[in-house]
Design a protein around this ligand. Structure first.
Ligand SMILES: Nc1nc2c(c(=O)[nH]1)N[C@H]1C(S)=C(S)[C@@H](COP(=O)(O)O)O[C@H]1N2
Ligand SMILES: [Mo]
Length: 354
């Protein structure tokens, strides 16, 4: 099937089908520094592969001195690193665009933070011995399918420089437990600071390439494209975003909020994969004030913030926006592109105070 064009129409059955397979972070779970595993957002393009971990091997090959085939025990015996890393799907915010690209229909909730444990990729690349002439490293998953008419194994590449950054991990644990099947068991790539598509799950093959990788997920998907003909710029670092925990209590169907009058502590999280968060502003009915930032959890994890609001009876709109140390801030106008990538427009939460 070719890509259906973006639409202004009602949600399609195909979008609902994706929305029931994948899931977002319930925004009240922004209260946890580390997202409990079962609440972590989920995005799976094809099927979750059933992998026999005792037979599984990671092959490392291509333009290397010696090809490797590593068992999970081999990888677990290597130097061990743990890091708190915030992942966000590049399509987060897509369903709010006009017109709306047809894909997984995220609103704001495709983000979570986990404590990932694994071994640095650099050590494995050193053992294989990257030969001169290598320009990219490609990471191939065990999952296979068809996307917009193109059949492929899910695969993404990094430039050799990006692959050799010390924080890039081959991760086998999430929150102190072996990876769950849906999060990439037994091994996934972790590239802190980059949007979700880079963190290849169910990793089976790593290859050193002497030419740029031309796979579907690299050259067609995950690019900021004006239209279908545009080659577009690659989607990489996570743009800054802040989200707030909707205060008060919800209506079951509409999720609209009711809040008691008086002092309300508005809390949320903010993150950027490009540079540390330096400022969060909270908006009440379009008037912005600085929020108080919590302690940083680490260079690639979201940061807590809070704001004291004197809630007066009536209808109000709450919002928040983040700025990072590189000067990137969130737009009020949505940044439109045909795949709905990187829409970090500010969140708005209407509330009724009584
Ligand atoms: N092999 C493989 N890796 C993958 C994907 C996939 O479909 N197959 N989805 C990617 C996308 S788009 C995202 S946003 C993240 C989601 O990671 P999570 O489901 O563990 O939160 O995994 C990435 N890695
Ligand atoms: Mo994603």
């Amino acid at each position: 099937m070719i890509a259906p064009p973006p639409t202004e129409g009602p949600l399609t059955i195909e979008e609902l089908q994706l929305a029931t397979r994948n899931r977002g972070l319930p925004l009240e779970a922004l209260c946890y520094d580390v997202t409990p595993g079962g609440l972590h957002y989920l995005l799976v393009h094809f099927d979750i592969p059933a992998i026999d971990q005792s037979a599984w091997r990671l092959s490392v090959g291509g333009n290397v001195r010696r090809a490797l085939a590593l068992s999970l025990d081999d990888i677990r015996a290597r130097p061990r690193r743990t890091a708190l890393v915030t992942l966000e799907c590049a399509g987060n915010g897509r369903a709010r665009l006009h017109p709306r690209p047809i894909s997984q229909p995220w609103l704001n909730e495709a983000v979570s933070t986990a404590e990932w444990t694994g071994t640095p990729l650099t050590g494995v690349l050193e053992d294989a011995g990257i030969e001169p002439g290598t320009v990219e490293i490609v990471f191939v998953g065990a999952d296979h399918g068809i996307e917009k008419g193109c059949e492929h194994d899910y695969a993404r590449s990094l430039s050799l420089d990006d692959a050799q950054r010390s924080q890039v991990l081959l991760a086998y644990e999430m929150n102190g437990r072996p990876l769950e099947p849906q999060h990439g068991a037994p091994l996934r790539l972790l590239v802190p600071g980059w949007y979700g598509m880079t963190h290849v799950k169910w990793l089976v093959r790593i290859e050193a390439l002497t030419e740029a990788f031309e796979g579907y997920q690299q050259t067609v998907a995950y690019r900021y494209k004006r239209d279908a003909e545009d080659r577009g710029d690659p989607v990489q670092g996570i743009r800054p975003r802040a989200l707030l925990i909707p205060p008060g209590f919800p209506d079951f169907l509409t999720r609209s909020r009711t809040v008691a009058r008086g002092r309300v502590e508005i809390r949320g999280r903010a993150w950027s994969g490009i540079a540390p968060i330096v400022r969060v502003e909270a908006g009440v009915d379009g008037i912005w004030r600085d929020a108080v930032l919590g302690e940083p959890l680490g260079p690639f994890a979201w940061r807590a913030w809070s704001f004291g609001w004197d809630a007066t009876p009536g209808e109000h709109v709450l919002s928040c926006r983040a700025t990072d140390a590189a000067g990137n801030a969130q737009p009020v106008e949505q940044p439109w592109n045909i795949q709905g990538m990187g829409n970090n427009a500010v969140q708005t939460v209407p509330v009724t105070v009584r």
